[in-house]
Design a protein around this ligand. Structure first.
Ligand SMILES: NC(=O)c1ccc[n+]([C@@H]2O[C@H](COP(=O)([O-])OP(=O)(O)OC[C@H]3O[C@@H](n4cnc5c(N)ncnc54)[C@H](O)[C@@H]3O)[C@@H](O)[C@H]2O)c1
Length: 271
């Protein structure tokens, strides 16, 4: 018996990165898991990995920016597994060509980033909550970012989307607390995923050196892993976090604790 035996979990953007790691972790703990993703090849491969661990998994091909797709993710999950206990809103994009200031950001790019990173979290909550309610309790975990707390140049849409996720998390928590539906967010620092590897590969020093440099800027001296995120999400969704709602947890190797004046890991010895 795992911690999540008998529970049903939806993970958006579950084909790769933190979503896949978290979906696999839920499955290993006994949950039935729906992986919803735009990427069919990676989505099917991730569900195959769930099956290889004797877990129950379902792939739903969906663009979570589209309302009808979100409704279908919920419907197909209920048809396959009989209900929903936990929603991990995780899908997010930061396209390589999106690093621009507000004047240079096309409206369509703003709309797409806000639709995937923020509106989908609302849509998935809207369709999943009636099902979670039927179970008597449940949890929604939203993947925000340290970029919802502090900012950097050239990311107006991404920053707004992640700030919005934190605000939406507080708001949903207030509306649904009386029904024991807890809503929490995580703020990852830099995590070793396909998204980060795509950015790091474009750095002048090359992929591995760039990942090492990103790691040094975190006080713990490394970037995070998908498992670091999965561990936090599984805790927050569990009864061990039963008095937590409406807040966020940084899973960031100390990134948000570090003042901008202070430098990263080892900075003191280098000065
Ligand atoms: N990697 C980081 O360092 C980092 C840090 C902070 C926050 N985040 C956030 O964590 C979340 C996961 O990021 P990741 O690094 O694992 O990304 P990733 O690119 O490695 O994986 C994201 C997954 O989401 C899917 N996806 C993208 N658009 C979709 C859509 N419209 N509908 C359905 N699926 C879609 C992708 O196909 C992919 O499988 C995102 O919300 C991201 O903003 C990432």
């Amino acid at each position: 018996m795992g911690t999540y035996t008998g529970k049903v979990v939806i993970v958006t953007g579950g084909a790769q990165g933190m979503g896949r790691a978290t979906a696999l972790a839920f499955a290993r703990e006994g949950a039935a898991v729906t992986i919803a993703d735009v990427d069919v090849t990676a989505g099917r491969a991730a569900v195959d990995q769930v099956h290889q661990t004797d877990g129950r998994g379902l792939f739903v091909h969906a663009d979570v920016a589209v309302s009808a797709d979100c409704r279908r993710i919920v419907a197909e999950t209920v048809a396959a597994f009989g209900g929903i206990d936990i929603l991990f809103n995780n899908a997010g994009i930061q396209p390589p060509d999106s690093y621009r200031n507000a004047e240079e950001t096309p409206e369509e790019l703003w709309d797409r980033i806000l639709a995937v990173n923020l509106k989908s979290y609302f849509l998935m909550a809207r369709y999943a909550i009636p099902e979670i309610r039927k179970r008597g309790r449940g949890a929604i975990i939203n993947n925000a970012s340290v970029q919802g707390l502090q900012s950097m140049p050239g990311v107006p849409a991404y920053a707004a989307s992640k700030g919005g996720v934190l605000s939406l998390t507080r708001q949903l928590a207030v509306d649904y607390a009386a029904e024991q539906i807890r809503v929490l967010a995580i703020c990852p620092g830099t995590i070793d995923t396909e998204m980060v590897r795509r950015s790091a590969a474009r750095e002048p020093e090359g992929l591995e050196a760039a990942l090492a440099r990103y790691g040094k800027s975190h006080p713990l001296g490394r970037i995070g892993t998908g498992e670091d995120i999965a561990n936090a999400v599984l805790f927050l969704a569990s009864d061990k976090a039963s008095f937590m709602t409406g807040s966020y947890v940084c899973v960031d190797g100390g990134y948000m604790a570090l003042g901008a004046w202070a430098g990263g890991a080892g900075a003191r010895s280098e000065q």
